[in-house]
Design a protein around this ligand. Structure first.
Ligand SMILES: [Zn+2]
Length: 375
């Protein structure tokens, strides 16, 4: 079904256990599904795109089968996601060939997260001095790492420090459950990181993930702030709502905060141990009295995302939309108009624009739109 340039789409939700419950007023994913669920359950991710695991649907129920290079999502995170990394293209090909059950795609999965609410996450390894301070508060952890290796890390620089950090990570990941319990019973929280991990959460009290807090950057993004997550970068989302765009893939290597299968061997192989601040994405901003336009672009061709806020005005506003864009309305009322006709815009409406097109926005009440496309 390809006749019309603008087509209404229906995204679909994933009900992963870490999602916000349907009864939680902050759960954007549940609201986006626009269906009443009688059962109280978590609504974690809203997928817009053509990934075979959960393709979006056209009005007539047909699946989108365009092979879009990106996947566009909204996430409502209530409990930490797995501590994870994603493979690069070459690694993804090998992993998919050797472990297709764990790695459903032969594609890489760089991601960009744009905060919709305050959003808390662990992203990458923090600087060496902070790691040293955090671990020195935990002598039991040094015991497990081994005094020798630890002393080497304290004075090491550059690549050598990264190599030793990798050995430290490998040691933490090979601890037995009893050893993890012992370390966590004696745990001193990191100085700069006090995440709102709910003690009553679904995360095991003795999850090895807590030990990674000693090593990682703890961020709280404000609405509109964004980070890009590259191959080999360790990360875990903790709480809040985000827009997420990524290459069309679902390849995740997990190692903590998860009851799902952990693949420690692969993790050790592909983990990159640079210690640095996360890569924030600075949007290109264009503003006037009538609108605000922010363009979030990374080095990845597969995905980019625009945020468009339009104030009510007498004349409709014209924008050029790229081929195979998906547009999501998260606030306001108005109309999307092109040569074929007009479409309603209000919360949760999603459209696929399958050909480069000039569209007119009629704004009845301030509109907020996200538009995902490939560059
Ligand atoms: Zn990820």
């Amino acid at each position: 079904m390809q006749q019309k340039i603008i087509q209404r789409l229906h995204g679909q939700a994933q009900n992963y256990a870490w999602g916000m419950l349907s009864t939680n007023p902050d759960c954007l994913v549940y609201k986006l599904t626009q269906k009443i669920s009688n059962e109280i359950k978590p609504f974690a991710e809203f997928w817009m795109g053509s990934h075979p695991s959960l393709p979006s649907l056209y009005e007539n129920g047909e699946k989108v089968n365009l092979d879009l290079p990106y996947l566009f999502k909204v996430l409502s995170v209530d409990q930490p996601l797995s501590i994870q990394i994603h493979p690069n293209k070459e690694q993804a090909k090998v992993l998919h060939a050797t472990k297709p059950n764990l790695y459903p795609d032969d594609n890489h999965k760089p991601e960009m997260a744009i905060a919709l609410t305050n959003f808390e996450a662990l992203v990458g390894f923090t600087d060496q001095q902070t790691i040293i301070q955090n671990i020195e508060r935990n002598p039991c952890v040094i015991q497990k790492i081994g005094e020798n290796l630890w002393n080497q890390f304290v004075v090491a620089q550059n690549q050598q420090a990264q190599d030793i950090l990798k050995q430290i990570v490998a040691t933490l990941l090979s601890l037995t459950q009893d050893e993890v319990k012992y370390l966590l019973d004696n745990y001193q929280w990191p100085i700069k990181c006090n995440p709102s991990l709910d003690p009553g959460s679904k995360i095991e009290k003795y999850d090895v993930g807590y030990l990674f807090l000693l090593l990682m950057n703890h961020l709280i993004l404000q609405p509109g702030q964004a980070v890009v997550l590259e191959a080999g970068l360790i990360h875990a989302y903790l709480k809040g709502n985000i827009i997420e765009t990524m290459a069309n893939s679902d390849n995740v290597v997990r190692c903590g905060f998860t009851p799902k299968q952990k693949d420690v061997e692969t993790m050790k192989e592909i983990l990159i141990c640079e210690m640095k601040q996360p890569n924030y994405v600075q949007p290109i901003i264009e503003e006037s009295n009538e609108y605000s336009f922010k363009q979030y672009i990374t080095k990845y061709q597969e995905f980019a995302c625009d945020y468009l806020e339009l104030k009510p005005q007498e004349k409709s506003k014209v924008f050029k939309i790229k081929q195979n864009s998906i547009l999501l309305c998260i606030q306001g009322y108005g109309k999307l108009i092109n040569e074929e006709g007009q479409h309603e815009l209000n919360f949760g409406q999603t459209y696929l624009i399958n050909k480069e097109n000039e569209v007119h926005f009629q704004v009845d009440q301030s509109l907020q739109l996200y538009i995902c496309y490939s560059q």
